[in-house]
Design a protein around this ligand. Sequence first.
Ligand code: CP
Length: 320
Amino acid sequence: MTDQRRPDGSLRHLITLEGISRTEIDSLLDRSQGYVRALGERAPSNRALAGMTIGNLFTEPSTRTRVSFELAGRRLGAEVINLEVQLSSRVKGESMLDTIHTLEALHFDAFVIRDSEPGVVAHVAANVAAHVSVFSAGEAHQSHPTQGLLDALTVRQHKGGHFERLRIAIIGDIRHSRVARSAYEVFTALGVGELRLVAPAGLMPASGEFPAGKRCLTLEEGLADADVVMALRIQKERMTQAEIPNGEEYFARFGLTVPRLRRARPDAIVMHPQPMNRGVEIDSEVADGPQSVIRAQVRNGVAVRMAVLEALLRPRPGGA
Ligand code: CP
């Protein structure tokens, strides 16, 4: 497992939620909640990271994670630089580590990295200077830790902190989903009552993965009396052409519609990490309906990223 802790046991990097205790998760969620504001209220801000510089390096597309990490850093007083990878010397063949070491020489204190290759984030973390922290913004199919935390925060806000009472159904392309893996890690750490993996056989994870999950091959079984329903996008970018399901056929079997959602509890919440493919994994009536908390997830993303940046980064000695 990736070593993401300092010698004193505190978290230095955030690469995965694996191995993070319930106490640590609760503490991060409490800190995140302190940064949540209703729309229309003034966004929170302070100077906790004043004088620090954070680099966003995204080699895969992103809207929510990139913008919210940028806002999070700025609202904590840090300078945030978005490296346009396609305009950087990476395209001339410079390695990731040479790029990172160049930015370290420019006094960067932290890197937020999204990459399609498994292991890149941990590799960078293992090779940065001792004062530098690395945050995963989504790594291949493996992990998306801040997404897991914002999902947990969203559930806690709507369903309370008794995760052991909840049935959570994760529906769709679980096999290729980093969101599902981080959700599994955070919800199992929080002691969820039942975590259902709902997917056609071809999109189920390998048998050794998600050992505590209950596998459901039909939407009807997966949705029955669920408290939380999380739909996932089909990750076409991680499939061969032959593996990509037909959208209409998929919607007919696994698309989340209003009549199907009636199988879940009447007060069930509907989540989706986005981007959504409406009419494939979810119907617009559900995505925009009264049970949807999809926009709350987005709002919570900034709060969670403020919390993790503030919790993990240490103030530097010296002044202006
Ligand atoms: N949920 C999520 O990771 O969205 P983006 O790909 O837009 O960052």
